[in-house]
Design a binder for this molecule. Structure first.
Ligand code: 5GP
Length: 254
């Protein structure tokens, strides 16, 4: 039984103290929540798939020079990451109208946007993660203007790369949410990609059928949630070795 210190428990992940100073272990749960915790469920095998998918995407992004917190995958549900100071913003990049953008602006879901759009949301569950502007971000000191510029550049690079990567496997990247953190190397501070990139925080539609291969299947009660995540992993060529049999339910922690 693990005696690691639990640093933080979120809705879909747990962070434990890492083996060396400056590292953490990120554990992926099967728990799913939506609408700010009002809808809850368990998607068996989701944590295993998200661990793999996020490992794969963070590694590919690292290879093209996007700095990330990812170090290496440790096992089926855990990965070693660098400890960063999370910037309290959800950074959403959109290519196609869907979800809250469609609702807010009355755009039909599936409408191609004139260009990729970046939005910022303040990470605060008690406030329902409200959308905020750069003015709010700088006035309240969540990030500096220079950091916002860097975050936007990185977010667009991540988007350009992932749009192409997913297109190659017959998937349209409609939108996604990422988070960034500050990483110190001695006195030097860098902004790095943090959290995860997985079907939990992306909208992924089959290019031919528009079938949803992401968490909207859970949010909208469409069924086949685990199968959709498996399909994404399968197309990326990273379905766990033993196939779906490897996708055990939640394991006892601590
Ligand atoms: P929307 O604002 O349309 O609800 O979400 C835009 C994109 O960001 C979607 O891909 C959605 O999955 C992701 N997203 C927004 N907020 C959250 C969040 O709090 N958690 C997760 N996992 N994804 C989010």
């Amino acid at each position: 039984m693990s005696r690691r210190r639990r640093i933080y428990e979120g809705k879909a992940k747990v962070l434990f103290e890492g083996p060396e100073p400056g590292t953490l272990v990120q554990y992926f749960k099967d728990d799913a929540t939506a609408f700010n915790n009002q809808k809850r469920g368990v998607i068996t095998g989701k944590g295993v798939l998200n661990n793999r998918i996020s490992e794969y995407l963070m590694t590919r992004l690292g290879e093209i020079g996007v700095p990330t917190h990812f170090v290496r995958r440790l096992n089926m549900r855990e990965q070693l990451i660098r400890e960063v100071e999370i910037i309290p913003l959800e950074v959403v990049v959109r290519n196609v109208a869907a979800g809250s953008l469609s609702t807010r602006l009355g755009l039909e879901e599936g409408t191609q946007l004139p260009r990729s759009i970046i939005e910022f949301y303040y990470k605060a569950d008690n406030l329902n993660d409200p959308m905020v502007s750069e003015e709010h971000i700088t006035a309240f000191g969540w990030a500096t203007p220079q950091e916002i510029d860097e975050i936007m550049q990185l977010a667009l690079r991540v988007n350009d790369f992932l749009v192409g990567l997913f297109l190659g496997i017959g998937i349209r990247l409609v939108d996604f949410k990422v988070e960034f953190g500050r990483l110190w190397d001695n006195e030097q501070m860098r902004i790095v990609l943090a959290d995860e990139i997985s079907p939990d925080c992306c909208r992924l539609w089959d290019i031919d059928t528009n079938e949803k291969l992401d968490k909207d299947r859970f949010r909208r009660d469409l069924g086949g949630v685990a199968e959709a995540y498996q399909e994404v992993a399968r197309r990326l060529g990273i379905l766990p070795e033993g196939g779906p049999r490897d996708l055990k339910g939640p394991q006892t922690m601590q």
